[in-house]
Write a protein that binds this ligand. Structure first.
Ligand code: AMP
Ligand code: MN
Ligand code: MN
Ligand code: MN
Length: 283
């Protein structure tokens, strides 16, 4: 589908998780790309938000505080984005701290697994790559590429980090209802991220959407990354069927995933109510 530069981008990552740009640099890149409203949604952390908000203020654009929470649903990982959250809300803070703990312990296990295929000292090296940010599988993928074990990150995921491979650890993230409760308690809207990226049958996806809506979820990422027209149509129909507001975000990560570009995402179809209209601060 053709790129449609959009002034609103509700899903992006910084070096607080697996993005390539520091929060202030991300905001500067967004402003340069013509974005007027950007949500920072790092994996299981809000650590970049204060700096990003300062940068946004200085550049005259709107920064929506967000987070992308890792959820285990029916033994699979799904992602729930929280938008318009108060990063200081105690329940959210405590909850994210447990996920950050889990990330660290998981990294130790992944590093042990990868030592079997000749990747030495992976935990220390991945920690250096992540810096102050959360350690993600993207960092392990970068390390596998840097070490010459893989030609690119996609293949690193496929050969080493996907379920069943030596560097995969079955994660126990948080329950769907819990993640939504944290977000709501922090004053935010819960949005199911990239609904068509999960390996789910149509009926499983519909089960997930029903459970998500019944637990207080309000939004669905109808336009995510670089979707095909058919994906937008499917997600739009899901949003209408489950009375969810449509959201749109590039899932920008910077150089580590160059195929997603800030603001380059197709608009929501007109007949889908937009999450932007739900919240006075969003537009
Ligand atoms: P984690 O949350 O630590 O399991 O890491 C998941 C992140 O890895 C996702 O948010 C993506 O940014 C990235 N990722 C997952 N699958 C792939 C893939 N096949 N190629 C490149 N990046 C991927
Ligand atoms: Mn990511
Ligand atoms: Mn995601
Ligand atoms: Mn994301």
């Amino acid at each position: 589908m053709r790129d449609h530069p959009s002034p609103i981008d509700l899903h992006s990552h910084s070096t607080a998780s697996d993005g390539s740009l520091a929060p202030a640099a991300l905001v500067a890149a967004a402003a340069a790309a013509g974005i007027t409203t950007l949500a920072l949604t790092d994996h299981d952390t809000t650590a970049g938000i204060d700096t990003a908000a300062d940068a946004a203020r200085a550049l005259g654009i709107r920064l929506i505080p967000g987070v992308e929470i890792s959820v285990t649903w029916e033994r699979r990982t799904v992602h729930v984005v929280g938008l318009g959250i108060d990063p200081g809300a105690p329940t959210l803070r405590k909850g994210l701290a447990t996920l950050q703990d889990h990330r660290l312990r998981r990294a130790e296990t992944i590093a042990t697994g990868l030592s079997r295929v000749g990747l030495d000292d992976a935990l220390a090296r991945v920690g250096a790559l992540a810096g102050d940010g959360q350690i993600t599988r993207s960092h392990f993928a970068a390390l596998l590429v840097e070490s010459g074990l893989c030609p690119d990150a996609r293949r690193a995921f496929k050969r080493f980090l996907a379920p069943g491979k030596v560097g995969h650890v079955p994660s126990q993230w948080v329950e769907l209802e819990t993640a939504i409760a944290w977000i709501r308690d922090a004053g935010g809207h819960a949005v199911l991220a990239h609904p068509l990226k999960y390996p789910l049958s149509r009926s499983a996806r519909q089960r997930l959407l029903r459970q998500f809506r019944d637990a207080g979820g309000t939004g669905l990422e109808v336009s995510s990354g670089r979707p095909q027209r058919s994906e937008i149509e499917t997600a739009a129909a899901d949003a209408l069927a489950f009375s969810l507001y449509g959201s749109a975000g590039s899932d920008f990560h910077g150089d580590s995933q160059p195929w997603n570009t800030l603001g380059h995402l197709p608009p929501l179809p007109d007949h889908v109510p937009s999450l932007i209209d739900l919240h006075p601060d969003f537009a």
